[in-house]
Write a protein that binds this ligand. Structure first.
Ligand SMILES: Cc1cc2nc3c(=O)[nH]c(=O)nc-3n(C[C@H](O)[C@H](O)[C@H](O)COP(=O)(O)O)c2cc1C
Length: 216
């Protein structure tokens, strides 16, 4: 089973994280998941998932929502520096921080590794494995931009949570799906319902008419 590490931080944009984990599990992949301390608060605020810092509870709630295959979803607390993702030998396919706060981004850029999420990113960089940072903040300061540039130069993929509108989204799921599709592309995985730009400009379809190529 291909296994990915998904780190969820205290930035806004937790629907992206849940949709990505759902897509990875649906693709038959395994997911090692970790939510930072601040991420736990934003998870409760944005998605109503109240784990209270307890990984057992978080795992149970995610299992209820996502119905993973046995052993596919493993949840770790941020203090679990002994988790597989802490070592390059674990052989995880890629590390995705989604959403990625400017704080975590800065610490990854500086090689801090003060929790499992930052350590997993650090390991991906040192091992030359795929690291996707779904950065979320606006506006961006020069510090944020410098950290992103540094990480991009080190080989990380800085993929801002900035959905496009050219695929004529109608729902929040469409917007979330656009960003998640971009992440899956960078992981080399199939999008569940791929909507690809064909090069044809056209006005949005009328309400009730299915857009060409289906929903994103
Ligand atoms: C509701 C809420 C939304 C937030 N959104 C963002 C955000 O979009 N980007 C960001 O960098 N920080 C955001 N923050 C602040 C981070 O949670 C804070 O900087 C935290 O220390 C990040 O910790 P972490 O990187 O360890 O998860 C938000 C905080 C809250 C409470």
């Amino acid at each position: 089973m291909q296994r990915y590490f998904v780190g969820i931080t205290g930035a806004s944009g937790h629907p992206y994280a849940l949709a990505l984990v759902r897509a990875l599990l649906a693709a038959g992949c395994g997911v090692d998941l970790c939510v930072t301390e601040s991420g736990t608060k934003v998870l409760r605020h944005e998605l109503g998932i109240d784990a209270g810092g307890d990984v057992e509870r978080l795992g149970a709630e995610l299992a209820r929502r996502l119905a993973p295959a046995a052993g596919a979803l493993r949840v770790y607390p941020p203090q679990a520096v002994e988790a597989p993702a802490s070592s390059g030998t674990a052989g995880l396919c890629a590390v995705i921080l989604v959403p990625c706060s400017m704080g975590t981004l800065a610490r990854v850029a500086a090689g801090f590794s003060s929790n499992l999420v930052e350590r997993a990113a650090d390991v991906a960089l040192k091992e030359g494995r795929t690291l996707v940072l779904v950065a979320r903040e606006t506006p961006l300061s020069a510090i944020h931009l410098e950290n992103m540039l540094k990480l991009a130069r080190l080989g990380a993929i800085v993929l801002p949570a900035a959905p496009g509108f050219y695929h004529h989204p109608r729902t929040l799921d469409d917007l979330v799906g656009h960003v998640v599709g971009k992440i899956l592309d960078r992981l080399g995985l199939e999008r569940p319902a791929a909507v690809r730009w064909t090069g044809e400009l056209e006005p949005p379809p009328e309400a009730g008419v299915e857009p060409r190529g289906g929903r994103p």
